[in-house]
Design a protein around this ligand. Structure first.
Ligand code: SF4
Length: 456
């Protein structure tokens, strides 16, 4: 069996499953956030009763992250709905925006977007916060009301996005009916050359197979090149499985995975036991391809979809209005450090927004140094508008006052994961997806730029 089949077999109490089987699967974790949480809670209450109790309060993780730092009152209200539900159900893992359990969230416009406005438990983007807070474990099943839930496949688990109706059902029962997906294997040889990042790997692959090339399939990453990637890189790649239509992305768990998970579960007091799925010899794949990482070059997904691939060096004619670094895919500490390496001692030539994925990333960047200067200050000195309010921000457009939102027909290069029309705001805007290195180099020149010229 493939990794996905092995995990789904175990979670459904069977010895074996095969692609196409329909099985009832037990959830280890249900994740939701401020956009889909209130709707999922509504389904749960409608179907199971106003006074119903969730199936397991220790297995539900609620992380508000999407429309947080906005004056939009309905968005603010969604956070209050989550708080009321967490209190009513006795949920341990609700990462509130504010510290007062009796309070109400209201974004203060007068204090602006840049300075911290949240309480001590607030995390930021759910997919980045989930592993940091010790909720990802090899061999488990994670369902989340967000399509990029697949990012947790980096930790050797089955992780996939679901809708509010399914989430409402899981809240009541802890189960979901799943068709076992076929598996596509991507076997990575060698290591990434200088200037090329994990983002370039996934943009290359989606460029090969198309933005629907993995529809309802597992994308399994193997080989020495996969083992050489660190956990942040694996997260970047697993995150974008959905940009090829994938059901999930998955890496075999190894000693890097165990070290990360063990440290995070211990630090956060979350469940520390897990049983990883081992790689079998007798795997059946619907697709199997070898990629030599040493041959890859900085890559861009052009407007209007993540499969519209071109090499950065061929797009120098594309003039840019804005650069953006952030999101679950591109807002991790290592992403900002890479960006800072390129812009260190220079000034960006276009409006450049920086949104750390989590509050832990904010604190990492203030502590990490490039020479004598903190990474945070390197970015500020280069002219990047950095916010301390970690969130999804403009990755998903959001309300009109969202930090970094494309409110006009602008052309933007972005370290995020999705560029369908209107994704970051205006439907007339154009978004080019790229690695943090490429976004940084392009911010320095004002046009799409191969970052290797700044890294040699
Ligand atoms: S950062 Fe973007 S892709 Fe990630 S969860 Fe938020 S909106 Fe979705």
């Amino acid at each position: 069996m493939t990794l996905t089949e092995k995990i789904l077999a175990k979670a459904s109490g069977r010895n074996r499953v095969a692609a196409g089987d329909n099985v009832w699967v037990n959830a280890d974790i249900l994740l939701t956030h401020d956009v889909c949480g209130p709707g999922s809670i509504g389904v749960f209450k409608r179907e199971f009763g106003q006074n119903a109790k969730v199936w397991d309060p220790m297995k539900i993780v609620i992380i508000p992250d999407h429309y947080i730092f906005t004056a939009d009152r309905l968005s603010n209200r969604n956070v209050d709905v989550l708080r009321e539900f967490a209190k009513e159900q006795g949920l341990s893992y609700f990462y509130d925006v504010i510290d007062d359990p009796e309070g109400h969230w209201a974004f203060n416009v007068a204090r602006g977007q840049l300075r911290r406005q949240h309480g001590s438990r607030y995390q930021g983007v759910c997919h980045a916060a989930l592993p940091q807070r010790g909720h990802t474990r090899p061999g488990e099943v994670l369902f989340g009301t967000d399509s990029h839930t697949c990012m947790a496949g980096a930790f050797g688990e089955f992780a996939t996005g679901i809708g509010n109706t399914d989430a409402g059902f899981i809240l009541g029962t802890g189960k979901l009916l799943i068709k076992v997906p076929e598996t596509m294997r991507f076997y990575l040889e060698a290591e990434l050359p200088k200037g090329v990042m994990a983002k370039d790997v996934i943009l290359n692959v989606i460029g090969d197979i198309g933005f629907d090339g993995a529809t309802y399939r597992a994308m399994q990453w193997e080989g020495p090149g996969a083992s050489a990637l660190d956990m942040d890189d694996r997260m970047t790649i697993a995150n974008m499985a959905i940009e090829a239509g994938g059901k999930n992305g998955i890496f075999p768990a190894d000693k890097k995975t165990f070290a990360y998970v063990d440290e995070r579960t211990r630090a956060n007091g979350t469940k520390s036991a897990y049983e990883p799925a081992e790689l079998d010899r007798d795997q059946i794949f619907a697709f199997d391809k070898v990629y030599d990482l040493s041959k890859l070059e900085p890559t861009v997904a052009m407007h209007p979809n993540p499969g519209n691939r071109a090499l950065a060096k061929t797009l120098e004619y594309v003039r840019l209005d804005r650069a953006y670094i952030g999101s679950c895919t591109g807002g991790k500490t290592s992403d900002f450090v890479a960006f800072a390496e390129v812009v260190n001692g220079k000034r960006v030539q276009i409006e450049t927004y920086g949104v750390p994925a989590t509050s832990e990333v904010v604190s990492d960047l203030k502590q990490a140094r490039l020479g004598e200067t903190s990474v945070w200050d390197v970015l500020i000195d280069a002219g990047v508008m950095m916010t301390e309010n970690a969130s999804c921000a403009a990755c998903l457009g959001g309300p009109q006052d969202t930090f970094g939102r494309l409110n006009a027909p602008l052309t933007c290069i972005s370290a995020t994961n999705r560029n369908f029309p209107g994704r970051m705001g205006s439907k007339e805007s154009k978004v080019y997806l790229a690695s943090p290195y490429t976004v940084a180099a392009s911010a320095l020149t004002g046009h799409v730029t191969d970052p290797r010229e700044f890294l040699s």
